[in-house]
Design a protein around this ligand. Structure first.
Ligand code: FES
Length: 554
């Protein structure tokens, strides 16, 4: 079974269990209303989970989730992991042992002995007859919920919508168990009041056919058998890990890091395992599950001898546009010495997962646009600073919206100038067309803003735009918190110079013929000039567009 299938199976099983827990908690919460409301909710709950499909889904999910957890424990080469992951692992491994008593006294007792488990009987047992068991059960439910919440958080956090939904999900994560516990407490108080009536408790136990002494002993035996089996399985996995470790250490590989540090690990360890074993900080936002790409490394030496990437790894690498010498550290198990260069900072955020692989910079063709507001400095001299800030923010909003709507990336806002990049993902042809569309929308946006603020402006605003398409080095550049996507190179200088030229030609747009060629638009109707650029050999052919509104529709 491939890694993708294992991952899907595990996710499916986890979602079934999550649904079960949510419905179970919701049923408990009805205790805030009354015991009768809980009983009514339970009818629907059992209709689902004690039906044949419900039973198959629930117990199938428990088996799949449990077996895969043990399998993944075996698969891991090192138990060093981030705190959140260790917490989820530890809770996940402890839960079967903690939950077995409850499952045996409800579902198994019903199945094997015909004992009913209405809320009155269960709450009587947990609240009145064995309150210490009730406390343990409450704690177990909270731990199960924490385990589920960690899983959901680390599953969803790469989704673009997750940041907006997180406060709501967090509120639900707090509210649901709180309401469930309040429901349990309310039911407990109601049951303990009823239990003061002589004979009520005995009648409840009789009506539910609660297990008698011999039957209870049988249930204890079932519970002990399960516990022993589970602990033996866990022990077997740990033993198998130990045996494998001894065998693997017979052949070690050496992984060299950019600092020159060399880490020796057994064959079978991933590169991420090696980093963790040696306490080398290494980004791994998804916890080494091959989902986020943040652990990716450039293989500086030994690429040809690495086992080929799995389909799942290839997919993730393709998604970030990784170069051929890049591999996922969490999925790559070297069988020869290699030298690696982690590409993302260890402190990388989830938002950087799947960010295009441009941090290290690479050359590509794209369209670069520069724009500048005419006469802004003079106009700002007669305005209060607050007015200038207000005005600039409205202006940046107008041009920024035009750029992003056309598919570009706003890159720099300096003074009243803006730089934008087009075609990073789509190539120079689409980028050039997008840049022309953005120029049209920017001019229209500035005109609309100018009309809106006419009373405050000495004259209508005018914008000058320069566009050039050509090769540039694109990458995330900066320092500390201030990393941003930008481009450097001759193409950027040319675009900036063309924007300057709009002043000389009194035009709204000056663009290079390379833009027209890539965008496949006929600009022969517009004046052509050969521009000589400072510090650049040769001349560049440009078209001068006095009014952008006259550009042919793209
Ligand atoms: S740690 Fe997420 S893909 Fe490797």
């Amino acid at each position: 079974m491939s890694a993708i299938h294992v991952r899907r199976l595990r996710l499916g099983a986890a979602l079934v269990l999550l649904t079960y827990v949510i419905l179970h908690f919701s049923n408990h919460a009805l205790g805030i209303v009354s015991l009768d409301a809980m009983a009514a909710g339970r009818w629907w709950f059992l209709a689902l989970w004690r039906s044949v499909p419900g039973t198959l889904a629930l117990y199938g999910a428990i088996v799949v989730h449990g077996v895969l957890a043990l399998w993944l424990l075996y698969q891991r080469r090192t138990l060093r992991m981030p705190a959140w992951e260790a917490t989820q692992y530890a809770l996940g491994l402890a839960l079967p042992a903690l939950l077995v008593a409850h499952v045996v006294s409800t579902r198994i007792a019903w199945w094997r002995l015909g004992a009913d488990d209405p809320y009155t009987r269960i709450v009587l047992a947990l609240w009145v007859l064995s309150p210490d068991y009730g406390v343990r059960q409450t704690l177990t439910l909270v731990l199960a919920w924490i385990h589920a919440c960690i899983g959901v958080h680390f599953w969803l956090r790469f989704r673009p919508w997750y940041a907006g939904a997180r406060p709501w999900l967090f509120a639900i994560a707090l509210l649901l168990p709180t309401l469930a516990l309040l429901g349990f407490v309310a039911a407990g108080r109601e049951v303990s009041a009823l239990a003061r009536t002589p004979g009520w408790s005995e009648a409840v136990l009789r009506a539910a056919k609660a297990p008698t002494g011999a039957e209870a002993a049988r249930l204890v035996a079932i519970r002990e058998t399960f516990l022993t089996t589970y602990l033996l399985a866990l022990l077997a996995v740990l033993l198998a890990r130990g045996v494998r470790r001894i065998q693997e250490w017979r052949r070690a590989v050496r992984i060299t890091y950019p600092s020159g540090r060399v880490v020796a690990v057994p064959v079978g360890f991933t590169i991420l395992d090696a980093s963790r074993t040696a306490d080398i900080p290494h980004a791994s936002v998804c916890g080494g599950r091959g989902r986020c790409s943040t652990c990716r490394v450039r293989i500086a030496r030994g690429l040809g001898q690495l086992p080929p990437a799995s389909e799942a790894e290839r997919r993730v690498l393709a998604r970030v546009g990784a170069a051929p010498d890049v591999r996922l550290a969490c999925q790559t198990r070297p069988n020869h010495d290699v030298a690696v260069d982690p590409l993302l900072a260890p402190s990388v955020a989830p938002a950087d997962a799947f960010a295009t692989d441009v941090r290290q910079g690479h050359e590509q063709e794209l369209a670069v646009l520069f724009a500048d507001l005419r006469g802004f400095t003079r106009m700002a001299e007669h305005k209060l600073p607050y007015d200038v800030v207000f005005f600039l923010n409205r202006y940046f909003e107008a041009v920024g919206t035009a750029i992003t709507s056309a598919g570009g990336v706003t890159n720099q806002f300096t003074g009243d100038g803006v730089m934008a990049l087009f075609g990073i993902e789509t190539g120079p042809a689409t980028g050039s067309r997008q840049a022309l569309a953005a120029a049209r929308a920017m001019v229209a946006g500035v005109e609309a803003l100018s009309a809106e603020l006419a009373g405050d402006l000495p004259a209508p605003m005018r914008i000058g735009i320069g566009i050039h398409t050509g090769p540039a080095v694109v990458g995330r550049m900066g320092w500390g918190e201030s990393f941003y996507l930008t481009a450097v190179g001759d193409t950027v200088h040319v675009a900036a110079r063309l924007e300057q030229a709009t002043k000389d030609y009194r035009a709204e747009l000056v663009l290079s013929e390379d833009v027209a060629r890539h965008a496949a638009v006929d600009l022969s109707a517009f004046p052509r000039h050969d521009l000589e650029l400072h510090n650049r050999a040769g001349r560049i052919g440009v078209r001068v567009i006095t009014e952008v509104a006259h550009l042919p529709a793209g």
